[in-house]
Design a protein around this ligand. Sequence first.
Ligand code: HEM
Length: 153
Amino acid sequence: MAVIHYLHVAIAVIWAGSTVFVGLAIWPMLARMPGEQAVALFTRLRPVVAGILGSMAGLTYLLGGFRAWLGGGVSGWGDLVAPYGLLVITAVVVMMAIESTGGRLRRQLNGLIQTPEAFVAHAAIAARRSGLIQLALLLGLLAIMVTLGLALY
Ligand code: HEM
């Protein structure tokens, strides 16, 4: 149980920190680069970001679910409608929203990058907006974790 808890917290916070860093620093920086540099960096970064963050997110879902089961908070389907279970479900939904916000921005950048004028006009705003949405959702997700940990529900 302690090992699973440790692994969950470790992988989840690394995923969260990386997601915020990529969302608030890397994409906005790329969005302000001159066209050709932006295309070159985006082409190399996109699969790496999607692969690494996606794998860590997958592990976080598994370890978070396993942690909820091992701790006894969610030991059967019925527990999913109790406050603890509902908070766990909310955490999964919020985390999926964070991931899909990142995925949507990557698709948007991929579209914009084909047209230099559109990229200059919209990429920076889209990147900052997406990063801030991810940060806000992540702070909410962390509040859910603290609520679970301190049994505030
Ligand atoms: C959807 C995915 C997630 C699920 C299902 C999940 C589930 C859980 C569960 C069941 C606990 C134990 C609560 C208890 O003590 O009873 C926990 C603790 C914790 N989780 Fe998550 N978690 C998820 C995502 C995350 C993310 C993304 C982060 C980082 C931002 C995170 C950070 C933490 C921390 C720091 C704790 C310890 C809280 C404390 O003991 O005060 N979790 N998580």
